[in-house]
Write a protein that binds this ligand. Sequence first.
Ligand SMILES: Cc1ncc(COP(=O)(O)O)c(C=O)c1O
Length: 419
Amino acid sequence: MTNTRNLFPKGGRDWPDLQRDIRARCADDVDWQHGRTPLFVFRNDQETYEIGRNAFFECFSENALGRKRAFFGIGSMEKEVLDFGLDLFSAPESGTGAFTSGGTESIFIAIKAAREAHRDLNPSHRGETLNIVVPITVHPAFDKAADAMDLEMRRAPLRADKRVDPAEMQKLIDDRTIAMVGSAPCFPHGVVDPIDELSAIALDAGIWLHVDACVGGWMAPFFTRIGRPTPNFDFRFEGVRSISADLHKFGYCPKPASTVFYRDVTDLERATFKSNSWPNGPFETATLVGTRPGGAVAGAWAVLNHLGTEGYEDAARRLAEMTDRYCEGISAIEGLELWSKPDLSIINYGSSEFDIFVVAENMVSRGWLSGLTREPKGMHAMMSLLHDGSREEFLSDLQECVYLARSSPKVESQLHAKY
Ligand SMILES: Cc1ncc(COP(=O)(O)O)c(C=O)c1O
């Protein structure tokens, strides 16, 4: 067997050399700057990008773990970001939040808090298998949290409009259920679950309801404000106990940055890990990670202050119009249909006539990375403003690829949906 391990170099390479190397290594990446990837990157305008980047590097070395003892500036910026979120999501006075490294972490600690809340009410359930009730479309970050905390995942099916069926969720609840989850929107089909109905069930059953607004959190409220029919999902529904919302997606802030909000400060306490077992004394964090980039906090603070509610409304307007144009273009191609009506900017479409993965395969060969769903079989994209300039080229390539697939409908693709 050949050993392909790289040897740790002696060092001494200067920046121009390293920069050349980095650029060469990234040269074959998907051309994301021109909207050729359906996920992973988000950008508003150039000015917002530069502000986020500059702020990030302004506090590049600071560690947000030390925000209470050393880096007071990071602490004050973090508080403002969280306050803006509490305001945006209509949290009551008792509400609070935490700044995290991403959606997965926000979800993990919210579920941990829900488990602790259940244990507080049911001390005898400690050590027993508890469960969470989720839509089948929920993000795998919940599976990850459940796996680490030994929770059972119970998945409810969808209604015809691809939103979870609340009656099916209700059937899965029992006295070992620590939380229900709804998404705003779900990643596969881009629609917001009926949070109003889930909230009523949660209140009635006395169960924690978490809203996963990792994709929509920092954008959906602005869709509503500009008059789009995007449903509400926030603390105005009494049953909503926590919300995860990523800044590094449609908040247009530099990665890694997310937020998690709780209806009540006691729930932040439940999410908080405390230890007093080592020589250095008490240790506690309300996040999963310890060290956190101060730059991410400064970047988010700067972007939120730069854009403000007017800037986000403007971004929402542009994103909504762009998504409409894409949807019209896709629907106009014979043989294609949208599998759901997007509440924000995630689109999912396919065909009843031919194998849509054949289209995806041809699109990949033309340099368009394609997201895929397997149920129903479809192409998928989380559109961001980076996709604006490439719309005509995308739709024209899509039309040609559909033409090819329709010309030989018996051909089946070997592609599989893979995130
Ligand atoms: C609905 C939803 N929730 C959670 C996440 C996880 O976010 P992250 O990748 O930042 O951990 C994602 C990521 O795309 C998502 O789409």
